[in-house]
Design a binder for this molecule. Structure first.
Ligand code: UD1
Ligand code: CA
Length: 456
């Protein structure tokens, strides 16, 4: 299968090539690649521009064909001709038509073979066909030609009124394609070689051209500008949440919930409104996410709860609870049954089973032993201006409030730290660490001050 994806996509008005724009966690071009693979493609070829901008953005095993100059979609397909599997029908997808499904591809190929067609094109009827090539049919219903509408000049007013559009998805007999492709010229409004012009050429050579009208036009939506991208995203989001809900997750308000295509949710997982789940986030069964929570690349166990918090590239164990208003940064592993409370920032920290960091703390580059409980205002001083150092808390440490731990420093098991202590030295098992100025009460101070006798 060949996926046409060269060219900048000027209508996006972007520094990023069009087909690399993100759609629900994957670049646009990766969607048809995934569909082609799922439909059983033995080989997937993506047509790129000479700068090879797609390199490194495509899944393993996908081949890149380079179109030497952006001379149109016919030129793009010609660039891939040398790489296609000999003897097999050539399936052509568009890098900017992302929602095409494996089932739709398989049905198109089956229809093509059943009909004994030399070429088959998938079409759709759209409420708003603007920007698409229109399908002009002959009196007997067969395809006469496709007229382009991106630039004025190719289509008549009558043709512009047609609502049936070319999806940009085709199946070709390889020999018929090879014979007709060189005949496609560039005498048109854009001065480009239009791939749809190969269809009348194949018909003229005696080949049968079949047209398959899609029942789900949403699957053939193309992305040429950011308005279309938003429309496609809306459809993709609905597809994603529907699949997850049918698999047993409770997404309370799909309209305010954004979930990437790679996210997995267990049965009875609940996602409350205004939550964003991205990357390869996995949420175990019975866990409750949100409202107002972002999980980016987070593994959440079962029956955990994460309320109004932001977490990235970290793990949350079974039955653990996080939030509200916590920031959990990469490399953190929160153990089973642990509690991370309000206004807590964790970075590259291991929070042991059942341990608690309940309030207003920064714990970075630290190991917190099982069952430890760190008081409000715990701060690890992990950075000396040059390098990061680790703080290690043993099991069942009782951390006082407002305690700083100046790393590198180690506290044994069952250690206590007194409120306001600055811990700079290791603490042996079972000890109390207390390190602060003694308090001094200056009696009669207020009266002396009022009588102008100084402030001592
Ligand atoms: C194309 C079709 C149009 C159809 C629409 C469906 C042509 C001439 N027109 O129009 O009939 O309704 O798709 O979405 O084919 N590309 C290359 N090399 C090029 C030009 C384009 O690889 O030289 C790639 C693009 O990256 C894109 C795809 O081909 O993924 C389609 O090109 P685009 O310019 O978007 O064509 P449309 O005007 O949308
Ligand atoms: Ca397009």
């Amino acid at each position: 299968m060949v996926i046409l994806a060269a060219g900048q996509g000027t209508r996006m008005r972007s520094r990023t090539p069009k087909v690399l724009h993100d759609l629900c966690g994957r670049p646009l071009v990766a969607w048809p690649v995934a569909a082609a693979r799922e439909a059983g493609a033995s080989k997937v070829i993506v047509v790129d521009s000479p700068e090879r901008v797609l390199e490194g953005h495509l899944p393993e095993g996908v081949e890149i064909a380079v179109q030497p100059e952006a001379d149109g979609t016919a030129g793009a397909l010609a660039a891939a001709a040398g790489l296609v599997q000999p003897g097999e029908p050539v399936v052509v997808l568009s890098g900017d038509v992302p929602l095409v499904s494996a089932a739709a591809i398989a049905a198109l190929v089956a229809g093509h073979e059943e009909a004994g067609a030399a070429a088959t094109v998938a079409t759709a009827e759209l409420e708003d066909p603007s920007g698409y090539g229109r399908v002009v049919r002959a009196a007997d219903g067969s395809l006469e030609k496709i007229v382009e509408t991106k630039n004025p000049g190719d289509a008549t007013d009558g043709e512009l009124a047609i609502r049936e559009v070319n999806s940009g998805i085709y199946v070709f007999d390889p020999d018929a394609l090879a014979a007709a492709l060189p005949q496609v010229g560039s005498d048109n409004a854009q001065g480009e070689r239009y791939l749809p012009d190969v269809l009348p050429a194949i018909a003229a050579a005696g080949g049968k051209v079949a047209v398959v009208l899609s029942e789900d036009p949403n699957l053939l939506l193309g992305v040429n500008d950011r308005v279309a991208l938003a429309r496609v995203r809306e459809v993709a989001r609905a597809m994603i949440v529907e699949r997850l809900m049918l698999a047993g997750a409770d997404i309370v308000d799909p309209a305010s919930t954004v979930i990437d295509v790679g996210v997995e949710l267990g049965e009875d997982a609940v996602v409350e409104p205004f939550s964003v789940l991205s990357g390869d986030t996995v949420v175990g069964s019975g866990s409750r996410i949100g409202p107002g929570t972002t999980l980016a690349g987070v593994k959440v166990g079962e029956d955990a709860s994460i309320l109004r918090s932001h977490l990235a590239d970290c793990e949350v164990g079974d039955g653990a609870s996080v939030g509200p208003f916590s920031h959990v940064r990469p490399g953190t592993v929160i153990g089973a049954g642990a509690k991370v409370g309000a206004f807590v920032e964790l970075k590259n920290a291991e929070i042991g089973e059942g341990a608690k960091v309940p309030h207003l703390s920064y714990v970075g580059d630290a190991d917190v032993g099982a069952g430890a409980n760190l008081g409000a205002g715990t701060i690890t001083a992990n950075y000396d201006g040059t390098s990061k150092h680790r703080t290690v808390f043993g099991e069942r440490v009782h951390g006082g409030v407002h305690v700083s731990y100046v790393a590198p420093v180690q506290l044994g098991d069952d250690v206590w730290t007194a409120a306001g202590t600055v811990v700079t030295e290791d603490v042996p098992d079972g000890s109390l660490a207390i390190g602060r100025e003694r308090q001094l009460n200056k009696e009669g101070y207020d009266e002396r001050k009022r009588n102008g006798k100084g402030d001592r």
